[in-house]
Ligand binder design. Structure first.
Ligand code: FES
Ligand code: FE2
Length: 400
């Protein structure tokens, strides 16, 4: 990204970024070119299929890194609480009386029952949580505030424990939770922070959520968000009609990245002076390592939406994507709500029936591939190469 004055308002920064990205997209589209890495990369198919490799990923990526549990408006008010269970352990994420977001193990300190049951990332108004088993009650600061029959527990150091805290941070509209260890969010986000902060995610209002299951390794499914090389062949009836295939503008930010895919109409703008180009909204696929995609898009100029995809594996060959759509700046009126919901439905349909079905077929085939079989990631699949290198780096296991 060209340098954008950090003193500008988020909106002015988005406008500047949108102009700069549009210029690059028009040039790429007209030349039928894409951003590339230095060359192709062959990787063993076992990176997707090996259970030991998966166990290491689960530990290092899904337990010991900050993960997106939701956006601020998912739990907007003090007393709001939601579940974050997708990464493994059941975790409560709540906004306490003081407005602070905190997270705890969803684990009663009496005999380990779950205090809250329900759907992932769905807001419940519960300023106090009463255990369904024997009614110990905790507030959203994690304090044990009521303990029926407390005489039975007196005199033991573990007879009266608060909830077990989990590292959590609310940052520019994103709620991060890290199941184990101390969170170092600044180092994790590094120079992706200014890009995320200009999205104003704190003002994004949730409109619809659901999930999509895929019987494939989580990285194989995630890879479908990382290249536009498959648009014409896999999506001939939707994005393959509107967008150029194998043309993308790519920016790396540490382990994270942003990609934008030009529409076919953009190729025609090259013959016009840029002052005559129609206005273009800021947009793109924002990948937040290791498992989150924030897609900012627009239906038509001025009508933008935010789609949040969080991919969580349950084992080496299965994952669930927690999918939610948000209205930037809030829902304006009923028509806006319906449009945003429709965007959710259409996207879910395409992802489930095209991207994830393809991932399932390919993954099943890789399980039966001959020993030593490599998949090859082209220089045009730069995001996929980087994902593999970055995971190898975090795991401390070399790729080659
Ligand atoms: S397990 Fe929660 S009160 Fe007994
Ligand atoms: Fe796709």
């Amino acid at each position: 990204m060209a340098d954008i004055d950090p003193g500008l308002s988020p909106e002015a920064r988005r406008d500047a970024a949108a102009r700069e990205m549009l210029a690059r997209m028009v040039a790429h589209a007209a030349a039928n070119q894409t951003d590339r890495s230095d060359g192709p990369l062959a990787i063993p198919a076992t990176l997707y299929t090996c259970p030991d490799r998966f166990a290491a990923e689960q530990q290092k990526l899904f337990r010991q890194l900050p993960l997106v549990a939701g956006l601020s408006q998912d739990i907007p008010n003090p007393g709001d609480v939601m579940l974050f269970e997708a990464a493994g352990p059941s975790i409560l994420v709540g906004r306490a009386k003081d407005g602070q977001v905190r997270a705890f193990r969803n684990l009663c300190t009496h005999r380990g029952a779950k205090l809250l049951l329900g759907q992932e990332a769905t807001c419940t108004r519960k300023p106090r949580l009463t255990c369904p088993f024997h009614a110990w009650t905790f507030d959203l600061e994690g304090k044990l505030i009521a303990q029926p029959g407390k005489a039975g527990f007196e005199g033991h150091p573990e007879g009266r424990r608060d909830l077990l805290p989990v590292a959590a941070r609310e940052w520019n509209g994103l709620i991060f939770v890290q199941p184990e260890g101390e969170m170092d969010l600044e180092s994790h986000l590094a120079d992706f922070a200014p890009v995320l902060s200009m999205l104003e995610l704190d003002k994004a209002e949730p409109v619809k959520r659901g999930h999509m299951d895929c019987a494939a390794n989580w990285k194989y499914a995630l890879d479908t968000y990382g290249e536009g090389y498959h648009f014409a062949s896999l999506h001939p009836n939707n994005i393959g009609i509107t967008h150029m295939s194998d043309v993308g503008v790519f920016d790396a930010y540490g382990r994270h990245h942003r990609i934008s895919f030009p529409t076919k109409a953009m190729a025609e703008l090259a013959v016009m002076p840029s002052e005559q180009w129609p206005p273009s909204d800021y947009g793109g696929v924002h990948f937040l390592f290791p498992n989150t995609v924030i897609f900012v898009g627009s239906v038509e100029p001025g009508k933008t939406f935010i789609q949040l995809f969080r991919l969580f594996p349950s084992d080496v060959g299965h994952m669930r994507c927690q999918f939610a759509v948000y209205a930037p700046g809030g829902v304006r009126d009923e028509a806006h709500r319906l449009e945003t919901e429709l965007g959710f439905d259409l996207t879910k349909q395409v992802v489930e029936t095209e991207d994830y079905r393809q991932s399932e077929q390919s993954f099943a085939n890789l399980l039966a591939a001959p020993p030593g079989f490599n998949v090859i990631l082209g220089s045009n699949e730069i995001a996929l190469q980087r994902l593999q290198r970055n995971i190898a780096d975090v795991l401390g296991v070399p790729l080659e």
